[in-house]
Design a protein around this ligand. Structure first.
Ligand code: ZN
Ligand code: ZN
Length: 358
């Protein structure tokens, strides 16, 4: 295991007074061990780390995994308990946010007497907050792939084209540039559908006078990009143009405020109060942003509820929006990296008002 990441897990063991920790979450497995497959387990104690997987993945694990021991199991639960026994662990933490309840029950039932399985949520959430140089360059590369793909597909966004077609072409363009996968189902929401914050591309035909919101991203080397652009297809109504300008200004102001030590809830408040002051507070119902990394949505949340302060190394999104039923909507999203004295944008596309020919 990478030294800094090992250090983070050992600190978790100390803080939570645990002898060992069982990781099963895919993103955590990849982060801590390097394993990119879908079935494995990592048991970390102060004596070292053991990676466990089944016969389908043993070869892959030997190539990818940095752990003192690699073991093969036939039945995952039995393999884990055998290691727990061998190491004599009594107080073992598990990922409370992602481990199925039934699995916890089985672990408890089959464990030797005196062995305690302890849920850990809060302390685990900060494990992957701070990105190192390799992670940052993977995120930046994913953002380059998605930006280039978008510019390639832009001429296709015109009246008469179906939303789903735009999404498909965008996905192809990202894959051709080396994306492993799209980050999530591409959102293409045009005209009135723009009022749906999660309007996955549909059969709707894009029309002149529509604003089109496209929220998309590429996964590269396990890391995700996430970016939203709203463009105008032909001249749009004064009201749509007005909400575009409000969202853009809210987005710019929130990004300007990002630097270490600033409460994330204050960044949310900057965008939210600007939108509210302009009369659209009721039309911005979601939080301002989220962390991005090995998962497209990860901690910390950039919301009114969070207690977290911005910290050097975090990568968060800033994505205000206004969604008006029966009219349309606007969202503008960028990923930003928190630097020692401010921030740097990771996503590349220009966000100013773009009027496409109709
Ligand atoms: Zn997004
Ligand atoms: Zn997002």
């Amino acid at each position: 295991m990478n030294q800094e990441r090992t250090h983070r897990v050992h600190k978790l063991l100390d803080d939570a007074d645990l002898e060992g920790f069982l990781f099963l979450d895919r993103a955590n497995l990849r982060y801590l061990s390097g394993f990119s497959g879908s079935a494995g387990a990592l048991l970390v104690s102060r004596k070292g780390a053991t990676f466990l997987t089944d016969a389908r993945y043993t070869t892959q694990a030997r190539q990818e995994v940095h752990a003192q021991n690699i073991c093969e199991y036939r039945v995952q639960l039995d393999g884990i308990l055998e290691q727990v026994n061998q190491l004599g662990l009594q107080r073992i933490g598990f990922e409370a946010d992602s481990l199925p309840y039934a699995m916890v029950e089985r672990l408890r039932k089959k464990s030797p007497h005196g062995c305690q399985w302890l849920p850990e949520a809060e302390r685990l959430r900060s494990l992957r907050w701070s990105k190192d140089r390799d992670e940052l360059s993977a995120l930046e590369h994913a953002a380059v792939i998605s930006a280039e793909a978008f510019e390639e597909v832009l001429p296709l966004i015109r009246p008469g084209v179906v939303e789903r077609e735009v999404a498909l072409e965008l996905e192809f363009a990202m894959r051709r540039r080396g994306a492993e996968e799209k980050s999530f189902d591409t959102i293409v929401a045009s005209g009135q559908r723009g009022a749906l914050p999660h309007g996955v591309a549909s059969d709707k035909v894009i029309a002149s006078g529509d604003l089109v919101t496209i929220d998309f991203g590429a996964r590269w080397n396990g890391y995700h990009s996430d970016e939203t652009v709203t463009v105008a297809v032909g001249p749009v109504s004064a009201k749509l143009r007005q909400i575009f300008d409000i969202v853009l200004e809210a987005h710019d102001r929130a990004i300007d405020a990002v630097r270490p030590g600033v409460p994330l809830r204050d960044i949310d408040a900057i965008a939210r109060s600007y939108i509210r002051e302009h009369g659209y507070g009721d039309y911005f119902g979601h939080s301002l942003g989220h962390g991005v990394g090995l998962e497209v949505h990860e901690h910390p949340a950039v919301s009114a509820q969070t207690e977290v302060l911005a910290e050097e190394g975090m990568v968060i999104t800033i994505e205000p929006g206004i969604y008006i039923p029966d009219l349309g909507g606007v969202r503008i999203e960028d990923m930003v990296y928190v630097t020692a004295d401010g921030h740097r944008r990771i996503t590349r596309l220009p966000k100013k008002f773009r009027l496409l020919p109709a």
